[in-house]
Design a protein around this ligand. Structure first.
Ligand code: PAF
Length: 325
């Protein structure tokens, strides 16, 4: 086999992005491969912790008429995040991943100090997924000492996680709006795993007339069904097994609706009984709501969110399904 690299207009970069392609001709038992770099650009991911540098980079891209996608994350990236970055790379000319553990979305007794971090692993994952810039600011870069402006979406953040984490969505909305102002993306990508967060951000974008498309992406699961989450790393072996009860309950709720059940309380009771069968699970909530307004429903109709939050030991995990009924 012979590999021939063809450089159309520029040297070839370290990674093959979907904008490039391989092509080969076959002569008897010999295949000649041509690597064609269509855009003629060298791919090189950059990292910065500076708002000023990020803005300068984006200004330069805008000057060249390029579109920009943003994937906001708190780091410790896994396959779920990677799927968002890969989608963003497909749909935009340039992609920024923000990697920032946002202190103001953690409550007083939550896991801010122990939240897992690994910037080197994050860098590798972002590069392999084809991101162009990783923005990883320090807390002082994002929040001045006397920072005092917050964004709050009412109602849509009142139920589900908003009940047990009353300041959480105010922290999320504030940092996401700041990231939107820093990056000014055309599109921003969020996972459906945090379904209420997605609904809250969509509502904020609508209410504040943000000219940004909010793109929701499907939940990515481990082979055994557990929804991927940075917090899964907190689980002991025994807890990891017990955590499977979340996806079991979610699947059962979804199936019950697919089989025709329309009484929300019956679906909730069924999911609850499954969760209660696991001794290590302590339920925070099991609810059915409208998927957009996050208001509780009695009858399964329209776009419906079935959501659970459960403590497995001290780790709080969430999972959900969305159905159209
Ligand atoms: O989903 C997350 O990781 C965070 O809540 C987000 C959206 C990056 C804001 O800090």
């Amino acid at each position: 086999m012979i590999l021939i690299l063809i450089q159309m207009t520029a040297p070839y970069g370290p990674y093959i992005r979907d904008k490039d392609f391989f092509w080969y001709v076959r002569a008897k038992r010999v295949r000649i491969f041509f690597y064609v770099k269509r855009k003629g650009e060298v791919y090189k991911m950059e990292m910065t912790g500076s708002i000023k540098e990020t803005r300068a980079k984006i200004k330069e891209w805008r000057r060249q008429g390029l579109s920009v996608g943003l994937v906001p994350t708190m780091g410790y990236l896994h396959e779920g995040h990677k799927s968002l970055i890969v989608k963003a790379v497909k749909e935009n000319d340039r992609v920024v991943v923000s990697d920032f553990v946002n202190p103001i979305q953690f409550g007083a007794n939550e896991d801010l100090s122990t939240y897992p971090r690994d910037i080197e692993a994050d860098r590798n994952l972002c590069e392999a997924a084809g991101a162009d810039l990783v923005f990883y600011p320090a807390v002082e870069e994002m929040y001045q000492k006397d920072f005092s402006t917050f964004v709050e979406t009412e109602r849509v953040s009142a139920e589900l996680c908003g009940k047990s984490r009353p300041t959480h969505f105010r922290g999320v909305c504030t940092v996401v709006l700041k990231l939107f102002h820093i990056v000014s993306p055309d599109r921003a990508y969020f996972g459906q795993k945090d379904a209420q967060q997605l609904a809250v951000i969509r509502r904020m974008a609508r209410d504040l007339d943000l000219d940004i498309e909010i793109v929701g992406c499907p939940i990515i699961r481990e082979a055994d069904g557990l929804a991927k989450s940075s917090r899964n790393t907190y689980l002991s072996e025994m807890e990891r097994k017990a955590a499977l009860i979340l996806s079991k309950a979610v699947l059962a709720g979804e199936k019950m609706i697919a089989d025709g059940e329309r009484d929300a309380s019956a679906v909730i009771a069924h999911m609850r009984s499954i969760l209660e069968s696991e001794p290590l699970a302590k339920i925070d909530y099991v609810e059915l709501t409208d998927a957009d307004s996050i208001e509780k429903i009695q009858t399964v109709k329209g776009r419906v969110l079935g959501a659970v939050a459960v403590f497995i030991g001290t780790t709080r995990l969430i999972d959900n399904f969305i159905v159209e009924a």
